[in-house]
Design a protein around this ligand. Structure first.
Ligand SMILES: COc1ccc(OC)c(-c2cc(C(C)=O)n3cccnc23)c1
Length: 121
C-alpha cells in the first residue's frame, strides 16, 4: 500500500504542523505570519536578537529541525515575547502577542496533549 506524502512525514512533524495551524488561527491579522520588517518596525533587528515568526517555524518543521515539542513551544514563546519586548504595552501588537501567547499555551497544556499519546515521549 502506498502512503500519501503527508503520511510519510514523521509523526512529530505531523503533530507540530497541526499545532501550528491551530496557533495561526489565533493570529487573524497575520501580524505573526512573516518576519517583522525593519522598514515597518524601526530598529527591530537591533532590539530583537532572535526574530521568530510562523513562517520560520513552518520551515523548521519541514526541515525536521524540531527534535521535541518543547523546542517548538520555545520558538512560539520567543515569537510572542519578541513582540512584547519591541512593542510598548497598549499597542495593538503587544496586546495581540499577549493574547496569542496565553491562547496558544492553553492549547499546549499536558492535558490537551496527553491524548496524542506517545508521540511526545
Ligand atoms: C500592519 O500590518 C502588519 C503586517 C505584517 C506585520 O508583521 C509581519 C506587522 C507587524 C508585526 C509586528 C510585530 C509582531 O511586532 N509589528 C511591529 C511593528 C510594526 N508592524 C508589525 C504588521
Amino acid at each position: 500500500c502506498v502512503l500519501k506524502a503527508s503520511q510519510k512525514r514523521r509523526p512529530l512533524s505531523r503533530l507540530l504542523e497541526q499545532l501550528l495551524r491551530n496557533l495561526e488561527k489565533r493570529d487573524p491579522n497575520q501580524f505573526f505570519a512573516w518576519p517583522v520588517n525593519d522598514n515597518f518596525a524601526p530598529g527591530y533587528s537591533t532590539i530583537i536578537k532572535r526574530p521568530m515568526d510562523f513562517s520560520t517555524i513552518k520551515q523548521k518543521i519541514d526541515d525536521n529541525e524540531y527534535k521535541s515539542l518543547n523546542c517548538f513551544i520555545s520558538d512560539f514563546k520567543l515569537m510572542c515575547n519578541n513582540a512584547m519586548k519591541y512593542n510598548k504595552p497598549g499597542t495593538v501588537y503587544h496586546k495581540a502577542a499577549k493574547r496569542l501567547l496565553h491562547a496558544g499555551l492553553k492549547q499546549l497544556t499536558p492535558q490537551k496533549l496527553r491524548p496524542l499519546g506517545d508521540i511526545l515521549t
